[in-house]
Design a protein around this ligand. Structure first.
Ligand code: ZN
Length: 181
């Protein structure tokens, strides 16, 4: 355990289209400006975008490492000050232990992900990490039906699997009133 640095866990959650990845990148870019060594990890199940780097709007690049299991983060984490994890809901429950170990070792851990699935059932890794976190940010989207703030992800297809990598035509953001489970 690193006694010189104090680690933390931050969670960025919310429904689809609420800007979770954007907020994650924003925090990591600020870390880069502060000369910290930062990296993003994401589950290899999600190959929607480039495997090598995540590029922000102002062309800052952050190294992105696709992994299959949470514990693989330890293979890279020694040199990293700030660990970003995107689409955290895709990992199994071992991610909780991994995040706590990284934070106990003095790292700033920032996890982003969906807090609930399309039936409004909490994703277990996220629900647990929310309980362990020092700082929580819940983002909203805009309800496609009524224009109010939206915290639910409405699935528009009949697919019944919990993990469905989202595209715009398969989901839309809804408020509590307009959400139809
Ligand atoms: Zn609504």
């Amino acid at each position: 355990m690193n006694k010189n640095k104090k680690g933390t866990i931050e969670v960025i959650c919310g429904p689809m289209f609420s800007g979770k990845t954007e907020e994650l990148i924003r925090r990591l870019v600020r870390g880069q400006i502060a000369k910290k060594n930062v990296s993003i990890f994401k589950n290899a199940v999600d190959n929607r975008y480039s495997d090598e780097y995540v590029v922000s709007h102002n062309q800052n690049k952050i190294k992105c490492q696709p992994i299959k299991e949470a514990k693989e983060i330890f293979n890279f984490s020694e040199e990293i000050d700030i660990v970003g994890i995107d689409e955290t809901q895709f990992f199994d429950l071992s991610i909780i232990d991994v995040c706590n170990k990284l934070a106990n070792d003095g790292k700033r851990v920032i996890v982003a992900g969906l807090d609930r699935d399309y039936k409004s059932i909490p994703f277990k890794p996220m629900a647990n990490l929310l309980a362990h976190a020092e700082k929580i940010t819940k983002l909203s989207s805009i309800c496609i039906v009524c224009g109010d703030y939206a915290y639910f992800s409405q699935r528009l297809t009949d697919d019944k699997t919990q993990i469905l990598v989202g595209e715009t035509d398969e989901y839309e953001a809804r408020c509590r009133k307009c959400f139809k489970p």
